[in-house]
Structure formats: structure tokens, C-alpha cells
Ligand binder design. Structure first.
Ligand code: F6P
Length: 326
């Protein structure tokens, strides 16, 4: 069937660059004489029939903005068969024959399920700050979030150094340590605690003591999903063994998800958006787009939900080899 109408949605946690991707999809589709419909608030809006036709003017002047103009949600109703049936009916009523889903692994699980229950082509684009999607080097928003974290850590370092303090800084990453590990390297933090590695609190205390020798501050980056707890919990656990130091913690929270996308995210989001439309035009379905080096790739969506991407934990050696060892 010739592609004539597509819908697009953003789902799961928003990430900087989603708007750049929406812009690319809408413009590229319209230039190919394909009508485009934006679904509000992800799968929830699809269930509730909140689907609106989009024009060039809807995506004018949005490439530089964080968040998503379509809104997003984590829909519980979509996990039910009846919820998905309503969502599919709403797409069919509008005679939509292609769908682009921008989101993380939960969103792709939904997309994959949809392809089993309807005859509408689906393409997934990875959008999450966590960067934990299998099949792509980077996800939309990760680079921007990393830059936000590094600039926040730089600021905390100023005050930590002024006060001779040890800081535990919690960053996002429920299941993955990409943000924690790479922000630690880029900010010159002394230690990174990530979900992919078991945290040994005795070793942590020894590393903090060593790294602080001859220095005015030490920074420990903690991924929120670390097995020993969040920044506050870990700080409280090691406090009794570090009584001679002043300890503080900071949770960066949702500032990591907002803000203007980086150049890298804008370019990648644009490339992926155009590629998604081209894949739909060429009759592809159930594919997730990824980037491998500079090259766009695509894989079956199923592959990306069965496997989880992990950071290169050998990079922890970098931190170790730069920490003071007396
Ligand atoms: O999935 C992205 C993410 O930012 C995670 O790192 C974090 O755990 C989660 O979203 C927070 O989600 P919410 O905004 O729904 O609390």
C-alpha cells in the first residue's frame, strides 16, 4: 500500500533533541506528499484519540528547544489489550498507514507489540538520555544530558574545592551507567559508581581517602541505579568511616532531561527523523534506527528490547589510573 498518512509520537522520558527529530519527520514527510499526524502524550494520547494533523508551521523554530512539543507519557493503559485496541482503532479511523515512535526501550516494547496487532508499519527512533538502547552508539538526548551534567559538576567542584569537601553527586541512569561513567571522566571526578559494577563500600572509603590526599576536594558520581543506593544513602553509609572529612551530596535530577539540545543531538535527531520517513516510504516496518559511528543503521525492533546496552566498564580503569595512589 502506498504510504499516504503517517503518525508520530514521543513516549517515555523526554530528551533534548526530540523536537529536532519531530521537525525532521514532519518536514520530510510533507515534502514527500505524505500527511502527518502528531499524537499527543505518547501512547496515552493514541488511546484517547488526541491525534492532530501537522503542518510546516507546527515545526517552525523548534529545533533548539528541549522537551517535546507533542508531550509524552508512560501509559499504563497501553499495557492492556483493550487499551491497545482503542489506540489502533484511532489510527485506523484516520487511515494512517505508518507510525514513528521516538522513545526508549519501554516505548519500543509497545511498538513491537503493536506490529503484532495491526497492519500499520512502525519505525522506532531511540530517544532517551540514558543511552541504554541496544543497536545504537547513541540515543537522542544523551549527549545533551552529558553536557548538562558536566557543567553542573564543574560548578559543584568550585564550591567543593573552596570548602575542602567530598561530594556525592547523583545522576540519572536507572539501569545504566553511561551518564555516570562518562560524565565522571569528562568532569575529572575521582570516582564513578555505576549499576553495572557491584559497589564495595570498604573499597570506596579507601579510594576516597587516597584520592583526597594532597587535594582540596573529591567528587564521587553516583548513578541513581547503583546497587549501594543513591548519593545520600551511600554518603550516610560511608560517613562513620570518613569522620575527618566534610561530606555533602547533590541530586541533579530532572535538570538533566531539559534544556537546549547539543549540536550532536540536533544533527543525529535530524538524520534519524529523515531516515525513518525514508524507511516507511520504502515499505519497511518494525525497524529501529541506530547510529554506528557516523553511519545510520537499522535493526528489528525486537532486537533492541531483548538486549540492554552497557557502557564500556573498562573506562573505570581511566578513573583509577588518574586517582592518587599513595
Ligand atoms: O528513562 C530516562 C530517565 O531519565 C531515567 O534515567 C530516570 O530514572 C527516569 O527517566 C525518571 O523518570 P520520571 O521522570 O518518570 O520520574
Amino acid at each position: 500500500m502506498k504510504l499516504s498518512k503517517i503518525a508520530l509520537l514521543t513516549s517515555g522520558g523526554d530528551s533534548p533533541g526530540m523536537n529536532a527529530c519531530i521537525r525532521a519527520i514532519v518536514k520530510c514527510a510533507l515534502n514527500n506528499k505524505i500527511e502527518v499526524f502528531g499524537v499527543e502524550d505518547g501512547y496515552q494520547g493514541m488511546i484517547e484519540g488526541r491525534i492532530r494533523k501537522m503542518s510546516y508551521s507546527d515545526v517552525d523554530n523548534i529545533i533548539q528547544y528541549g522537551g517535546t512539543i507533542l508531550g509524552t507519557a508512560r501509559s499504563k493503559d497501553f499495557l492492556t489489550v483493550s487499551g491497545r485496541k482503542k489506540a489502533i482503532d484511532n489510527l485506523q479511523k484516520l487511515q494512517i498507514n505508518g507510525l514513528v515512535v521516538i522513545g526508549g526501550d519501554g516505548s519500543f516494547a509497545g511498538a513491537n507489540q503493536l506490529t503484532k496487532e495491526m497492519d500499520i508499519a512502525v519505525i522506532g527512533i531511540p530517544g532517551t538520555i540514558d543511552n541504554d538502547i541496544f543497536g545504537t552508539d547513541h540515543t537522542i538526548g544523551y549527549d545533551s544530558a552529558l553536557n548538562t551534567v558536566v557543567s553542573a559538576v564543574d560548578k559543584i567542584r568550585d564550591t567543593a574545592t573552596s570548602h575542602h569537601r567530598i561530594f556525592f553527586i547523583e545522576v540519572m541512569g536507572r539501569d545504566a551507567g553511561f551518564i555516570a561513567l562518562n560524565s565522571a571522566i569528562a568532569s575529572g571526578a575521582e570516582i564513578a559508581l555505576i549499576p553495572e559494577e557491584v559497589t564495595d563500600l570498604e573499597e570506596l572509603v579507601a579510594n576516597i581517602k587516597n584520592s583526597n590526599k594532597g587535594k582540596r576536594s573529591t567528587i564521587v558520581i553516583v548513578a541513581e541505579g547503583d546497587d549501594a543506593g543513591g548519593a545520600k544513602e551511600i554518603m550516610d553509609k560511608v560517613k562513620p568511616f570518613l569522620q575527618e572529612y566534610e561530606l555533602r551530596y547533590s541530586v541533579l535530577g530532572h535538570i538533566q532531561r531539559g534544556g537546549s539540545p547539543s549540536v550532536k543531538d540536533r544533527i543525529m535527531a535530524t538524520q534519524m527523523g529523515v531516515h525513518a520517513v525514508n524507511l516507511l516510504i520504502s515499505g519497511e516496518t518494525n525497524r529501529m534506527i541506530g547510529i554506528n559511528g557516523e553511519k545510520l543503521v537499522n535493526h528489528p525492533i525486537e532486537k533492541s528490547i531483548k538486549q540492554h546496552d552497557k557502557p564500556d566498564i573498562s573506562k573505570l580503569i581511566l578513573l583509577d589510573s588518574l586517582r592518587t595512589h599513595f
